[in-house]
Design a protein around this ligand. Structure first.
Ligand code: NAI
Length: 345
């Protein structure tokens, strides 16, 4: 673990154990150079402690880059609770986590992530003020986060279209959306309103039919949508989908979607670049949630938050310009901009 900690330049690891509540958790702080470490709390039945610790460290590092590429005054962190979110939750458990976070005195601020909910954050909030997504916050309003994520992806697509086609208009552009969940379905609404032609796929036939009805979308099979000819391919389901096997089959000019960790490995960014496909780096285009969280901590209205999400368009334009002038793939360009911002802090 220490070697991986060194390799990922992790500032601090806090291992938490509370026998009374059964809490077993790890808080990884990757960097506080630009400000307090932001990043949600995940709860997952990890196979081993090592897997949990390494997951926390990698996710924390990802959060540092995500905040830094936007020049936010925050660093990156992540908490992971080892346990089954269906069966192992109690208020005492989240209160115990809250006490550990309060000992950290503002170095780390938590929130909702996979496996945790607003109710869980209310528990954390009984012990510390360093928590977001509690009842009463704008973030906790039903579906505000996926709505803002979808809005950010839509704006990111416009920036991508401007770079690839010379015009940010999506009128008449064919967009293939993979995954019609909380983000994908809302993205379809923005695209339909902008006059794009939609092609959609999901494992859930009901969602596909809804998109066809509401947004006049054409339907593709889940296993085929990546190979359909289109202007923009929007992955909004699972990660790791851009790999040696799939990249040669793509027939799009742009990949721009909400899914996390779209590239199986960083090197696949080069492969996309070699094929002349413009890739909107996932952690930039899907940053809506982080941008509104940062805004809410500083006290902002829903309107302020929406404006904050609009930075995605300008930051992506910067990433594309940097990639072009340095002759590097866009994922590397985003990393370099983030690293430059961390160094400058
Ligand atoms: P979700 O769970 O609501 O929706 C995912 C959808 O993808 C489901 O409808 C599912 O049936 C479908 N799906 C799964 N495998 C598929 C496949 N092979 N082909 C076609 N469809 C498939 O998830 P949500 O919240 O919409 O998130 C989507 C992606 O965006 C995830 O990767 C998530 O990590 C990422 N993301 C979500 C954010 C949010 O605010 N919800 C924020 C940032 C990233």
């Amino acid at each position: 673990v220490m070697d991986e900690m060194e390799r990922l330049s992790i500032e601090q690891l806090v291992v938490c154990q509370d026998r009374a509540s059964g809490l077993r958790a790890v808080i990884a702080v990757h960097s506080t150079k630009r400000g307090p470490a932001l990043g949600g709390c995940r709860m997952w039945a990890y196979k081993s402690e090592q897997e949990a610790i390494i997951d926390a460290m990698r996710l924390a590092r990802g959060m540092t880059y995500k905040a830094a590429v936007f020049g936010l005054d925050y660093g990156g962190g992540k908490a992971v609770i080892l346990g089954n979110p269906e069966t192992d939750k109690s208020e005492a458990l989240f209160k115990a986590l809250g006490r550990y976070i309060s000992y950290m005195n503002g170095r780390y601020i938590t929130g909702v992530d996979l496996g945790t909910t607003v109710t869980d954050m209310d528990g954390v909030g009984k012990e510390t003020m360093y928590v977001t997504d509690t009842t009463g916050s704008i973030m906790a309003t039903d579906d505000f986060t996926p709505e803002m994520t979808a809005y950010g992806v839509y704006l990111g697509m416009k920036a991508s279209a401007a770079a690839a086609f010379g015009s940010s208009s999506l009128q008449g552009r064919k967009v293939a959306v993979q995954g019609l969940g909380k983000v994908g379905m809302r993205l379809c609404r923005y695209l339909h309103e902008a006059g794009a032609e939609l092609l959609v796929a999901d494992l859930d036939g009901g969602r596909v039919r809804s998109a066809a009805m509401a947004y006049s979308a054409d339907i593709a099979l889940p296993e085929a949508i990546m190979q359909e000819p289109c202007d923009i391919f929007a992955p909004c389901a699972m990660g790791g989908l851009l790999n040696d096997e799939t990249i040669p089959k793509l027939r799009c000019a742009i990949v721009a979607g909400s899914a996390n960790n779209q590239l199986l490995e960083e090197a696949h960014g080069q492969l996309l670049c070699d094929r002349g496909i413009l890739y909107a780096p996932d952690y930039v285009i899907n940053a809506g949630g982080l941008l509104i969280t940062a805004r809410e901590i500083q006290g902002g209205s829903a309107g302020d938050m929406m404006r904050s999400v609009e930075q995605i368009e300008s930051v992506l334009r910067l990433v594309f310009r940097y990639a072009k002038s340095a002759g590097i793939p866009t994922n590397q360009a985003a990393n370099r901009i983030a690293e430059r911002n961390i160094k400058r802090a």
